[in-house]
Design a protein around this ligand. Structure first.
Ligand SMILES: [Ca+2]
Ligand SMILES: [Ca+2]
Ligand SMILES: [Cu+2]
Length: 390
């Protein structure tokens, strides 16, 4: 795809946070990472991975990790009151039914130990308490240092449009009718001043949305919050085990096999991404726990916002994992690879969002996998935390 070439010319390999931000700031095209992904994802072979020359780079930005290291866990200590204890067990991870995508295959046996999981996505009120206590600034709020950035680019690279370097985040806007079928660069607007406090940009705020999931959260931000709370992000396996209600290998959704409908979850009704019929009453985020929980008492494991996991994304990881008779507490692949964007290391996100729809991605299926680069926050991305039990 054209933007890969553009990136490789501009920045051969991601080396620092500045470069990652540059990659984001300088090309709208990266927004192909977007809500969902095309259905043929995952059909590219290992050869392409080698061509990309970036395998093995599980790249994290030192500066961002440093900010996480500096977070002191809350003195109150971890609090299990908003959590459910999930007894460990084994299950078949992945799916091979008709809606399954290539990266969900093969199904394979996984065991996870007991853990606690937040009943809900982390809310704006909870995130505000964390920011109040620590002064943490999310990635989407941080200024980009132009001088630093230019030093890292090939000599002669023209400075980017200053407009593009203002802190921004990605806000969804419905696609206008009459465009190519799926046109993510139109859905995702780079909105300066959009961040968790201003989900649709500077003119929006959190009034009345204290109990909605926090959004515009990058993976680093989620990690920072979990550390403060004395918790951690779930592994992808823990997340799926929990979504399935601990052991049900045959279900498609947290509630079972009935098709999704507006009583089940916050998702997109109508023609995606043009006309949302809003039959579930929510155009964007809904308050957490508005819809019924799964049998374990977990809310919004389908829809509302995507949830970060601890694991890197690799589109063929399950083939690796399936080599073991049973993978025990797997922590994801050693390296990330997404054939859709071979130069961008990504973490797994799970559960779908208010933008998901059966015509496009069905991200709310319990086995559905999506991916995003760790420094990207978007209007439909949040998280919840887990904690080891005993
Ligand atoms: Ca909705
Ligand atoms: Ca969710
Ligand atoms: Cu989706």
């Amino acid at each position: 795809m054209w933007f890969d070439t553009a990136f490789t010319k501009m920045v051969k390999k991601p080396k620092s946070g500045i470069e990652m931000k540059t990659m984001i700031a300088l090309s709208v095209a990266i927004f192909f990472i977007s809500a969902c992904v095309s259905k043929d994802s995952g059909k590219i072979t290992e050869t392409h991975e080698e061509e990309a020359g970036l395998n093995g780079q599980n790249f994290l930005v030192d500066e961002y990790m440093q900010a996480i290291n500096e977070i002191q866990p809350s003195e109150a200590g971890p609090d299990t009151s908003g959590m459910v204890r999930i007894e460990g067990g084994s299950f078949e991870m992945g799916d091979d039914q008709n809606q399954a995508r290539a990266d969900e295959m093969p199904k394979h046996l996984v065991k996870v130990h007991s853990f606690w999981m937040d009943k809900t996505e982390v809310t704006n009120a909870q995130f505000a308490a964390f920011v109040e206590a620590t002064g943490y600034q999310t990635i989407a709020e941080r200024e980009i240092d132009v001088e630093e950035m230019m030093k890292q680019l090939p000599p002669g690279t023209p400075p980017p449009d200053p407009e593009l370097l203002k802190p921004f985040s990605l806000v969804f806007q419905a696609q206008k009718p009459g465009r190519p079928v799926y046109y993510p660069s139109e859905w995702w607007q780079m909105v300066p001043g959009a961040n968790w406090k201003h989900p649709q940009g500077p003119d929006s705020d959190l009034k009345g949305r204290e109990n909605h999931p926090v959004v515009h959260i990058a993976w680093y931000d989620a990690m920072a919050y979990c550390k403060w709370a004395g918790k951690r992000l779930p592994t992808e396996a823990e997340w799926e085990f929990a979504a399935r209600g601990a052991n049900n290998n045959r279900i498609q959704y947290p509630w079972g096999n009935d098709s999704i409908n507006p009583q089940k979850a916050n998702y997109w009704q109508g023609e995606f991404p043009i006309a949302n019929q809003i039959e579930d009453d929510y155009l964007r985020t809904a308050p957490v726990a508005h819809f019924s929980p799964n049998p374990l008492g977990l809310y919004d494991m389908a829809g509302n916002v995507w949830e970060w996991t601890a694991d890197w994304y690799h589109f063929q990881h399950y083939f690796q994992e399936a080599k073991d008779v049973m993978a025990v507490d797997p922590t994801g692949p050693e390296k990330s690879f997404d054939p859709d964007e071979p130069t961008v290391p990504k973490k797994v996100i799970r559960g779908g969002s208010f933008l998901c729809n059966d015509s496009y991605c069905s991200g709310y299926r319990v086995s559905s996998r999506m991916k995003s680069s760790p420094d990207t926050g978007m209007e439909h991305t949040g998280f919840r935390c887990v904690m080891d039990a005993d």
